[in-house]
Design a protein around this ligand. Structure first.
Ligand SMILES: Cc1cc2nc3c(=O)[nH]c(=O)nc-3n(C[C@H](O)[C@H](O)[C@H](O)COP(=O)(O)OP(=O)(O)OC[C@H]3O[C@@H](n4cnc5c(N)ncnc54)[C@H](O)[C@@H]3O)c2cc1C
Ligand SMILES: NC(=O)C1=CN([C@@H]2O[C@H](COP(=O)(O)OP(=O)(O)OC[C@H]3O[C@@H](n4cnc5c(N)ncnc54)[C@H](OP(=O)(O)O)[C@@H]3O)[C@@H](O)[C@H]2O)C=CC1
Ligand SMILES: CC(C)=CCC[C@@H](C)[C@H]1CC[C@@]2(C)C3=C(CC[C@]12C)[C@@]1(C)CC[C@H](O)C(C)(C)[C@@H]1CC3
Length: 507
């Protein structure tokens, strides 16, 4: 074999049979990595961690910003967290050219049982937080499902889950932020103190300052979720019941739906309970041998009857983690086979950071060309129409549907109504498009235009192909521009949001 033939063969294996690499190399390395990172995290945690040290650690962030201020300011600033560690889909090339500010703040600072709040540093992960809160009988009002998501990323970006129809997005149950600004000062903001800054921070993607802590609302938690599965074979019916459940005065605590074809899907409604009732079976979906959750949901569609299950709380919160929704089936096609699950299920899922770190160029190109990862947020009344358009442009199933409330607050997410809030639906499309004539950029641009026209928004952890003007029409920049104008050195230190999330910058 010549060198070129070997390279082509390797590329073929990497692209067509990624599972071989994942099985032979990544899963064992993931295991070693998990052991190592648990140890490393423990050491880093012990060295860096002490809630009392918070002020000192914030001063370290300040001194890095002040050092930049004292220099020629020819570069801009971003956090030093490498792209491969982050959950955002693309690695921003700006990490290589901007001055990287280390924000090594990893602690849960305080749980206030009286005011039902928790104060966290930005690198606290959802896994760490749910583990801290569970023994206290508490949970975040909304728990974004992937463990590695951080408070910093969710505040500066956004977070949504199946209780968001009650509590809203991550920004809506954060009560206070502490930030280091471009002039090196520390400020706190809330709805009563520096309100302009407070409302401009969410969706600002680190372009106003560095978050050093956030006060977040918590709610009482119970041991199990009683989950009811309701299958439908007509989109109009599913859509009708989904909207009806979301808009109820006293809705279920959790609402989510999975569409398996354009006309069939399962609506799931859940509530926290302390005891397992006798109207359904106990299903610990988090066990290593358990079938992937979306496959279990699909079976309720095949059975075509309503069913009830009792699921341990943490298993429910992480129900989509073990299969990365349904993304893992493209990487390990037999990952849900019973033999695999019983023998090796405990190794799953492979570490996202390792997958990202070892992703060959050929796979990146394949994902660019023939894979959709998008969450589009549209007012819930347009659900049926949106599914029609998504079907024509992408034809990717399953589709994730999750209702969420947007409160009428100032900021980038401006709703076009005078009411207190408006109900939206997150339409999550992850997979290989089967629609005829699919082409990544034109098809996604048509979807973006549909979303904009219907007063919706695009989640920005994935790619946006909008122009700057279209982006500014989707996200209201009035308050954001005002805040950037008023903060000293802000425009020198940080690009605009578009400059960070736009496809060409985030290559
Ligand atoms: C710098 C740093 C230092 C840290 N130091 C510490 C420390 O010293 N002590 C500490 O306690 N934490 C620490 N943490 C937090 C901790 O390492 C992370 O929270 C951890 O990576 C994830 O915790 P986990 O609860 O998901 O772990 P696990 O429960 O072991 O989860 C492992 C995997 O299984 C999945 N999973 C878990 N439960 C379920 C379920 N029920 N159903 C389906 N899937 C499930 C998860 O998604 C995850 O992929 C630190 C974090 C950082 C960033
Ligand atoms: N269920 C859900 O809601 C899900 C949400 N997501 C998305 O994933 C992203 C979160 O992933 P995660 O890995 O936690 O975050 P990332 O590291 O991807 O960070 C996301 C953005 O937040 C900025 N940021 C993070 N921490 C700070 C800080 N302390 N100060 C200033 N800016 C900061 C980053 O800036 P910089 O570029 O400078 O590093 C970056 O622009 C969010 O965009 C979220 O919407 C993904 C999956 C599911
Ligand atoms: C709002 C909600 C619920 C969003 C869910 C988004 C998930 C489906 C996304 C977040 C991270 C994500 C982009 C990821 C991937 C799939 C889709 C994920 C899991 C994968 C695993 C696809 C395969 C890729 O080679 C690679 C490993 C880089 C990524 C990693 C991140």
């Amino acid at each position: 074999m010549t060198a070129i033939e070997t390279e082509t063969f390797l590329e073929y294996i990497l692209v067509e049979h990624r599972w071989i690499i994942v099985m032979v190399a990544l899963l064992p390395i993931s295991l070693i990595w998990k052991i190592w990172s648990t140890f490393r995290n423990y050491v880093v945690f012990k060295l860096n961690s002490a809630p009392k040290m918070h002020i000192k650690k914030v001063k370290e962030v300040q001194s890095q910003v002040k050092a930049w201020l004292a220099g020629d300011r020819s570069t801009r600033l971003c956090t030093a967290r490498p792209g491969w560690q982050a959950m955002s889909f693309r690695q921003g090339i700006y990490k290589k050219t901007f001055t990287n500010i280390k924000v090594n703040l990893v602690d849960v600072l305080e749980v206030d049982m009286e005011n039902m709040t928790v104060r966290c540093e930005p690198l606290v992960t959802m896994g760490q937080l749910s583990r801290t809160l569970e023994p206290l009988g508490l949970a975040l009002a909304v728990v974004p499902e992937l463990d590695q998501l951080t408070v910093g990323g969710l505040v500066m970006g956004t977070g949504v889950e199946s209780s968001s129809h009650i509590y809203g997005l991550f920004q809506h149950f954060c009560l206070q932020y502490e930030l280091v600004l471009a002039d090196g000062s520390v400020v706190t903001c809330s709805k009563d103190e520096n309100p302009d800054l407070f409302y401009a921070v969410p969706w600002s993607y680190g372009t106003l300052g560095f978050l050093t802590s956030a006060v977040i609302k918590v709610v009482p938690a119970k041991k199990y979720i009683r989950l009811e599965y309701r299958p439908y074979n007509k989109l109009s019916e599913l859509s009708h019941h989904f909207i009806e459940e979301s808009l109820k005065d006293k809705p279920h605590e959790f609402i989510e739906a999975l569409l398996f074809t354009k006309n069939s899907g399962v609506l799931m409604t859940g509530n926290m309970v302390d005891k397992i009732g006798d109207d359904g079976k106990f299903n610990p979906i988090g066990k290593w041998y358990a079938e992937w959750f979306f496959k279990q949901v699909e079976r309720h569609l095949t059975n075509n009857r309503t069913a009830v299950e009792y699921i341990p709380l943490r298993d429910y919160y992480h129900r989509h983690t073990r299969s990365f929704f349904w993304e893992l089936q493209d990487i390990i096609p037999f990952g849900n086979h019973p033999i695999f699950r019983y023998l090796l299920g405990w190794l799953m899922p492979p570490e996202v950071s390792l997958l990202k770190l070892t992703q060959p160029e050929a796979v990146t190109k394949l994902y660019d060309k023939a894979h959709v990862i998008q969450d589009m947020l549209v007012p819930v009344e347009h659900l049926e129409k949106a599914i029609d358009v998504f079907h024509d442009e992408f034809e990717v199933y399953p589709i994730w549907l999750c209702p969420f409330r947007v409160f009428n607050h100032p900021g980038q997410l401006k709703i076009k109504t005078n009411a207190d809030s408006q109900m939206f639906v997150d339409i999550g499309v992850y997979g290989v498009p089967k629609a005829k004539g699919y082409e990544t950029v034109p098809s996604t641009r048509r979807i973006e235009a549909f979303v904009s026209k219907h007063d919706g928004f695009q989640m920005l952890y994935a790619d946006t192909y909008t122009t700057r003007e279209e982006f500014r029409a989707m996200f209201d920049h009035t308050l954001y521009d005002k805040v950037r104008d008023s903060l000293p050195y802000c425009k020198d230190a940080f690009p605009e949001i578009y400059g960070k999330v736009n496809r060409n910058v985030r290559k």
